[in-house]
Ligand binder design. Structure first.
Ligand code: NAD
Length: 346
């Protein structure tokens, strides 16, 4: 079995974790790496990943030099959450005739908020005979694909409610800022109004994916974001939260069919939830025939699972028919633990 040759694009918290995981997998080989950080450009990837040896892969900020379909089977890109920011790079990848996995939240179901860009990408991918997938832990797995899979034996589904209660403490300054952690109530409200505080990115994508997969006919999505005001002092390496300040954002997304609420997704994210006796976990409730209640405690670790999903989906994307895909369009993800995991086909 020849290893699948990968270009890793973006070497931040997620991209570098993915690259380290790829190095552990016998069926995968990193052949190129792109990042525009000036302190990374020109360095060997092994030095930046701190794996104790050179890998013979020089990091470049000129993707056109390494986007060669004779040398690369797939690009895994981890640069931004927003499709409008990533589209220029995605066009370059697809036009070069190379498959792609993106962890941009808006790529989990690009049709949800960016239908024109989604259909452009789909056409471009089909024209060049390649596959493009959006994935990640959430959106991409916990509050959408898992929900869809759990409904697989149902005769009827009336309503779905799912929540992910997680701990933001391991994340960096960008996440703290976009979730409003460390802000006062006034700053939180101002941040919501000017768009600098967004809470979770991905509810329209998850709701669209579930509704589409089950045929629930959601025609309207309403989102609300509330500050989680801390009663106690909380601290991470990047932020200090005094009592009375914001420790996170409780974000809810509801999908309606007409006046009926059919999908409700709840995602309170905060630092150190244990300091106020909040247990973390992932919960899925399907009301219908039969009724299903799933709970995973603590929550599936976000960073680890995002890296895992992006890497584990590589063989599926390389083998898939051309076009823009979502997690509901491809074979189920599975950890790459041995040869059959690389050759499994639909
Ligand atoms: P990060 O900020 O740590 O890393 C981003 C890296 O990409 C940086 O090294 C930066 O220099 C590089 N970069 C940015 N734009 C580039 C470009 N155009 N060309 C080359 N390099 C570029 O971010 P992260 O924590 O690694 O996450 C990456 C993105 O993935 C974020 O937007 C995050 O929200 C998203 N994400 C999604 C999920 C999901 O479940 N779908 C999960 C985790 C992260």
């Amino acid at each position: 079995m020849n290893p699948i040759r990968i270009l890793q694009w973006g070497l931040g918290a997620m991209g570098s974790g993915m690259a380290r995981l790829m190095l552990e997998k016998s069926g995968l080989q990193i052949v190129a790496a792109v990042d525009n950080r000036p302190d990374y450009v020109g360095k060997d990837l092994g030095e930046v990943l701190k794996v104790g040896k050179n890998l013979g892969v020089k990091i470049t900020n000129k993707p056109e030099e390494v986007l060669k379909k004779e040398d690369v089977d797939i690009v895994v890109i981890a640069t931004t959450s927003w499709l409008k920011e990533q589209i220029t790079d995605l066009r370059k990848i697809v036009t070069a005739g190379i498959n792609c996995i993106s962890i941009a939240e808006e790529m989990a179901d690009a049709y949800a908020q960016n239908p024109e860009l989604a259909s452009e990408l789909d056409k471009l991918a089909k024209h060049h005979g390649v596959t493009v997938l959006g994935t990640g832990v959430n959106p991409g797995f916990v509050l959408d694909l898992l929900v869809v899979l759990l409904s697989g034996g149902n005769h009827q589904v009336e309503r779905i409610e799912a929540s992910r209660i997680n701990d933001l403490s391991p994340y960096g300054p960008t996440v703290m800022q976009t979730q409003g952690v460390g802000s006062t109530l006034e700053e939180f409200n101002a941040g919501l109004a000017d768009g600098s505080i967004v809470g979770h990115v991905g509810f329209p994508e998850s709701i669209h994916m579930i509704s589409d997969a089950l045929g629930l006919g959601v025609d309207r999505i309403v989102q609300t974001r509330e500050p989680i005001i801390s009663k106690v002092y909380r601290e991470t390496p990047h932020v200090k939260v005094q009592p009375g300040m914001v420790a996170g954002c409780a974000h809810t997304g509801i999908g309606y069919r007409g006046d009926k609420e059919v999908i409700k997704l709840i995602h309170p994210q905060q630092i150190h939830p244990e300091l106020e006796q909040q247990e973390t976990g992932d919960y899925i409730h399907i009301y219908g025939k039969p009724e299903i209640h799933m709970s995973i405690k603590p929550e599936i670790a976000g960073g680890i699972a995002t890296e895992g999903l992006a890497v584990n989906m590589i063989p599926h994307v390389v083998a898939a028919t051309p076009g823009l895909k979502r997690m509901i369009d491809l074979p189920v993800p599975a950890a790459l633990m041995g040869e059959s995991a690389y050759t499994r086909r639909i």
